[in-house]
Write a protein that binds this ligand. Sequence first.
Ligand code: UFG
Length: 328
Amino acid sequence: MSVLVFGGAGYIGSHTVYELLDNGYDVVVADNLSTGHIEAVPERAKFYNGDIRDKKFVDGIFKKEKIDCVIHFAAYSLVGESMSSPLKYYNNNLYGTMNLLENMVENGVKNIVFSSTAATYGEPERIPIYEEDRTCPTNTYGETKLSMEKMMKWTEQAHGIKYVALRYFNACGAHVSGVIGEDHSPETHLIPIILQVPNGKRPYVSIFGDDYDTPDGTCIRDYIHVTDLARAHILAMEYMAKGGQSDVFNLGNGVGFSVKEIVEASERATGFKIPVKIEKRRAGDPAKLVASSQKAKNVLKWKPEFTNIEEIIKTAWLWHSTHPNGYK
Ligand code: UFG
């Protein structure tokens, strides 16, 4: 079975490519390398360099390769940037998805697994968050991802393309080999920022607010290992191949950790003292986001293997300590 991974040179995309290859799939990667890294794409995968918005480029891949399923990661994903440059997000995320789906329709490709996000919910109504809960994004990034999900819903009705949308909570960690990992520029995510301290790249970590309505006052998130996310994409693909219906699934560990707890776990994982400085709240941060992933467990038979936060951070530390400048 041949899988096209659009955005396969990015953080979650590249980990999914590794898992697909390890499970015997033929993998074709397409990426414009605007945020992805060619070094993250293994030689065992076939690589096409181009943009998801380029009709000829996308059509050319479907004409040259026999693709059974698409996994779609090709989108911008920075919350802050999405607020200052919303149209950039509409252009890449929505127009790109539209072009991909049009080409799937024209080339008779029937299944797509889609990289979605907890940002589709916005401020949660309750904890844990279930898939049927209110979706009311508080930023353009989440809004475009929700619109992409809806685009797939209506496309299925008209053209029969099945989709599974996976709403990730806080992706983290790195491949256990330490060969691929997280490399964003700019980096905004908590764990890689924390690990810049033991790497000698920053003197302390800024904690954005300690006056939230949580036990220690800092924000609580549900951290899920990137390899567990990668495996969910394969299960989703297999589920559709066996006749499973289009659906949306949360992916998280179902356990919340505060920012302070993540700093402490990072100290234990690295053996370094990590100084912190309390700063003002970052705009748009909900106090608490924790997933119910019961549906993915029941329907996809997904079971996260990395459940210990210290072990998860150790995998990230293996990558960051051996690649202090990322892929460069
Ligand atoms: N944080 C700090 N200091 C930092 C960086 C982050 O205190 O230097 C805090 C944030 O305020 C937040 C928590 O650490 O409370 C986690 O922040 P991240 O930026 O790592 O992750 P987010 O929860 O903001 O974002 C994640 C995904 C997004 C997605 C969002 C959904 O990375 O893609 O969840 O709400 F949109």
